[in-house]
Write a protein that binds this ligand. Structure first.
Ligand code: HEM
Length: 416
């Protein structure tokens, strides 16, 4: 795609022999706006989602039409800031556990596998956010059924098969919760300790009054695990890599974090005051958007960049290229978090790590909360430097990853 982009620019089509058709690619914010916002009803999710369907059944990421609309309506309130703010303890605990491991690795002078550790920490957060304390029962006896999500790096059919096996376990957990909630005399105390499973079990569509079936809940739970885990883990992984390569950015981040007293359980509100840290994360997501390509399929013909795209045609855009568009980003290859301070007068759709429009990522605020807590806790204590300084090779699979994990040395900034 880099090669074609350099030759043809931000609108082109390529022949996809496997599908015996053209795929059209548009990387200009105006076309992205038309696909995602102004003419979004003319698009279904497209070919990129076929593989994801195997993992997620008919969850909200892959579903379409009226069913998607209903599911989105039911899920949206569960991502309200008021609810996300109450995941503060879950996020703090997952980070505290990781911190303990990094402190002792640092004492022993051992490097850490940042890629694996980000994956483990973000998985713990999302599992606890979904299942609450049921996670303890699911992982009791030393076997962790979710380990495939952190230990298996290939994203092939075997991975899909292993992940799909989790549905048997999750099906049982959902059924047990349903039974417990229907026999329990006291209502669940969700207010103190929210979890997605309880929220989904009691969610009602405000239009029809319907509730979700166990099967629908299962698909949404799988969706939240897959959508919420690897994306956030990758974003943090790339952030640590970039900070290690840019000591001046790192120093500004340290200055901001050091100026704020540390809270053991950091609140959403206080994390949102870390403006430079937020810009560091946004800039990492600009350069290495975990969702690097987004696919759609036309229903009726559409006009994009002056071309008529036929009906039933695959259309892609790539946040990777949109985020490097030379018309909207100066020195696009440079890691420069300050660029978001410049009044940000570029078109909104020049920055789409979380997509935009009605299918906009539902988990954006949750992921920033999680990432800010993590940076605040760990950048306060450590500098991270890669052990292997060879150039990084990209792997553009479902998510954008590096081919090798980041193994990094910890340098202590602060006495314990
Ligand atoms: C840095 C972290 C994340 C990134 C970069 C990211 C990115 C994205 C993108 C690009 C989409 C749109 C896909 C499309 O339009 O085809 C999306 C959708 C979605 N994301 Fe995220 N995401 C992140 C974190 C999360 C988290 C933490 C959750 C939930 C716990 C989540 C749940 C979802 C869901 C449910 C959708 C589907 C929305 C819909 O179609 O209505 N994401 N995400």
């Amino acid at each position: 795609m880099r090669h074609i982009y350099s030759q043809l620019g931000d609108a082109y089509r390529v022949w996809a022999p496997g599908r015996d058709s053209h795929t059209w690619v548009f990387n200009h914010p105006d076309d992205v706006r038309r696909i995602l916002i102004t003419n979004w009803r003319n698009y279904t999710k497209g070919v990129g989602f076929d593989r994801i369907k195997m993992l997620l059944g008919n969850g909200i990421i892959v579903s379409e039409g009226e069913f998607w609309k209903r599911q989105r309506r039911m899920l949206q309130p569960t991502f309200h800031r008021r609810i996300l703010a109450r995941f503060d303890r879950v996020i703090a605990q997952a980070n505290a556990r990781l911190l303990e491991r990094w402190e002792s690795a640092c004492d022993r002078g051992e490097p850490v596998n940042v890629t694996n550790d980000m994956s483990t920490m973000t998985l713990e957060v999302i599992l606890r956010a979904i299942f609450g304390d049921d996670v303890d029962a699911m992982t009791a006896g030393g076997s962790n059924p979710f380990a495939v999500l952190t230990d298996e790096s290939a994203r092939d059919l075997r991975f899909a098969y292993e992940v799909r096996k989790l549905t048997t376990l999750l099906g049982k957990v959902i059924a047990a919760r349903r039974a417990a909630s229907s026999t329990s005399a006291t209502p669940p105390t969700d207010d103190e300790n929210p979890n997605y499973l309880s929220m989904l079990l009691s969610a009602r569509d405000k239009d029809s009054g319907e509730m979700m079936t166990d099967r629908e809940i299962l698909d949404e739970v799988m969706t939240l695990i897959i959508a919420g885990h690897e994306t956030t883990a990758n974003a943090l992984n790339w952030t640590w890599y970039l900070l290690g390569e840019h000591p001046q950015v790192e120093a500004r981040l340290h200055a901001e974090i050091d100026a704020m007293p540390e809270e053991l359980v950091a609140s959403l509100q206080s994390m949102e005051t870390l403006r430079y840290a937020y810009n560091v994360l946004r800039e990492a997501l600009r350069l290495y958007p975990p969702v690097w390509v987004i696919s759609r399929r036309t229903i009726a013909p559409d006009t994009l960049a002056g071309y008529t795209v036929p009906a039933d045609t695959d259309v892609f855009f790539s946040p990777w290229f949109v985020h490097r568009h030379p018309q909207f980003w100066s020195e696009p290859e440079r890691f420069m978090p300050e660029r978001f301070d410049d009044g940000d007068n570029r078109p909104k759709l020049a920055y789409v790590p979380f997509s935009a429009g009605p299918h906009h990522c539902i988990g954006e605020t949750l992921s920033f909360f999680e990432m800010l807590v993590h940076l605040n806790r760990f950048a306060r204590r450590f500098r991270l430097r890669r052990v292997d300084t060879r150039p990084v090779q990209l792997e553009a699979a479902i998510n954008l990853r590096a081919t090798e994990p980041f193994i990094m040395r910890l340098e202590r900034r602060q006495a314990r």
